[in-house]
Design a protein around this ligand. Structure first.
Ligand code: HEC
Length: 214
């Protein structure tokens, strides 16, 4: 049914939505109308597959409150984070009571105050940083250490892939005895997920799956 309307919606999310809306107006007898809710019905599936950090996510920090809320998803992030943080092992020990190396022991760094691990000679820049290492402060630091803490001695470019960075933070959190309350999910995420039926904004995420089911 109505193949070229589907094609349009695959080519461009906004275009598809606009055409769909126009088509409903033009062919109000329902030929096109029946296609519209069917397409929208694929949305939850796509959302679940992507699992966050979608293409429409703006430049803001990751939505930790949402990403870490689901225990299954969190467990796979922790596993992935352990792999991501293997590179840190060149300079950091992660074990409880383990030594300082080129960098300080990181076992309890999540929830620990910056530059506070005993026996490590921190740079003046790190001593002046004065934060608790939590979701957002670690996210900023690990994105680009030298930008977040100008003059740090941590000679590491950063974890540029957001999913990898979030996973690294999930891992650091999982090994730390410190508890830092999870931030509330960001407000933008809720309307997109809850819109369900006819939201123009969610059409973007439907394109891939709509293509796959044709
Ligand atoms: C080349 C060595 C090196 C690598 C690789 C490295 N670090 Fe570091 N890291 C350091 C040094 C040195 C410091 C202390 C920085 C200072 O005093 O300015 C540090 C400090 C830190 C701190 C602050 C600790 C505190 O007690 O305040 C965190 C958090 C951290 N690193 C996380 C990581 C993570 C996560 C990775 C891997 C993704 C990593 N580092 C990779 C050398 C490294």
């Amino acid at each position: 049914m109505s193949g070229d309307l589907r094609t349009n919606s695959i080519l461009g999310a906004t275009l598809g939505a606009v055409l769909g809306t126009m088509a409903i107006g033009l062919f109000a007898n329902g030929v096109v109308h029946s296609n519209y809710p069917e397409k929208a019905g694929y949305l939850p599936e796509v959302t679940a597959e992507e699992g966050g950090g979608g293409p429409s996510a703006p430049a803001g920090p990751p939505d930790f409150g949402r990403l870490f809320a689901d225990q299954t998803q969190l467990a796979s992030l922790v596993t992935h984070g352990q792999q991501v943080t293997a590179v840190c092992g060149a300079c950091h020990d992660f074990t409880a009571g383990g030594p300082n190396r080129t960098g300080p022991n990181l076992h309890d760094v999540f929830g620990r105050h910056s530059a506070s691990h005993p026996g490590f000679d921190y740079s003046d820049a790190m001593k002046a940083h004065n934060v608790t290492w939590d979701y957002l402060t670690l996210n900023a630091f690990l994105t680009s250490p030298g930008t977040a803490v100008r003059g740090t001695r941590m000679a590491f470019a950063g974890i540029h892939n957001e999913n990898d960075r979030v996973a690294a933070i999930a891992y650091l959190r999982s090994i730390s005895p410190n508890n830092v309350p999870l931030p509330a999910p960001l407000p933008e995420a809720a309307p997109a997920a809850a819109a369900g039926g006819a939201a123009t904004t969610t059409t973007t995420t439907a394109t891939t799956t709509a293509h796959g089911t044709n």
